[in-house]
Design a protein around this ligand. Structure first.
Ligand SMILES: C[S@@+](CC[C@H](N)C(=O)[O-])C[C@H]1O[C@@H](n2cnc3c(N)ncnc32)[C@H](O)[C@@H]1O
Length: 250
């Protein structure tokens, strides 16, 4: 468990193709189900704290779920990822055909300082070796007062069991080393990384599965049901998201 120098495998995203949107025999189906609670929360925060049409950077956008949703809601979106094939899928699913999808590395964003009103990094921070360095880079490209939305996983024995082991045991095509415990981030650590990058975490909220939406068929077959649901919860012991604000100059 902790201290074990296992490496995360980010090459798996290159092979997802259309399965980003269609697979139910893979943890990506859980990601899509979680999005049904993540997106309304993000949109409500964006509507409260930013102007319609603001510029948003979606880092590690993968198949473009959030980028495309934000574009549908009138935002000017750029989505970046290291996986070219994922970006192609994201582009194909962009009904607005307005999102700028670009290959870029989160550690070295090809944008000037203070370029964006908001930045999103969903299910991303636990995929990089040095989350503090990427958070610094995120802060650099955000305007003062800009918003940083994140989603990641807490690091503790329960999250190891639920998010890593239960998926490996019960979801059919869970790729090896899709998640590695030492890359998970405690909420307090994330708050400190943000503070050191001149951002303040304003809110954090947990996400958990609705137990009654998990049925025996899923457990037996390893195929996620279309009816699998998640809900928001105050506890951040497992999966959590939140919003930080970049400090304004004095
Ligand atoms: C778990 S997926 C999340 C995708 C998307 N944010 C979502 O929630 O559906 C993580 C993504 O991060 C990308 N990624 C990993 N390291 C990266 C880096 N250094 N720069 C940009 N993207 C990266 C992977 O290619 C992958 O698409």
């Amino acid at each position: 468990m902790e201290g074990h120098a296992e490496e995360i495998d980010n090459s798996i995203y290159e092979n997802y193709g259309e399965r980003w949107y269609t697979a139910f025999d893979d943890p990506v189906a859980l990601l899509r189900a979680e999005n049904r609670v993540k997106f309304p929360w993000i949109l409500s925060q964006l509507m409260s704290y930013s102007q319609p049409g603001s510029r948003i950077l979606d880092v590690g956008c993968g198949g473009g779920f959030l980028s495309n949703e934000l574009a549908m809601n009138g935002y000017e979106v750029t989505g970046i990822d290291l996986s070219a094939s994922s970006l192609n899928v994201a582009r194909a699913h962009d009904k607005t055909q307005s999102v700028k999808y670009e290959i870029a590395d989160a550690f070295n964003l090809p944008y000037p300082d203070a370029s964006f009103d908001a930045l999103t990094a969903m299910d991303f921070l636990e995929h990089v070796e040095n989350p503090e360095a990427v958070i610094k880079e995120f802060s650099r490209v955000l305007k003062p007062g800009g918003l940083f939305f994140f989603h990641t996983f807490n690091r503790n024995p329960l999250s190891w069991l639920v998010i890593i082991k239960l998926l490996e045991w019960f979801v059919k095509n869970t790729p090896k080393n899709m998640h590695v415990l030492r890359f998970f981030i405690k909420p307090q650590e994330l708050k400190i990384f943000c503070q050191r990058a001149e951002m303040e975490v304003m809110s954090m909220i947990g996400i958990r599965p609705v137990i009654s939406s998990i049925n025996w068929e899923m457990i037996k077959t390893g195929i996620i049901s279309k009816d699998m649901r998640f809900t928001l919860t105050q506890g951040t012991l497992l999966s959590y998201m939140g919003m930080a604000v970049k400090k304004r100059a004095l």
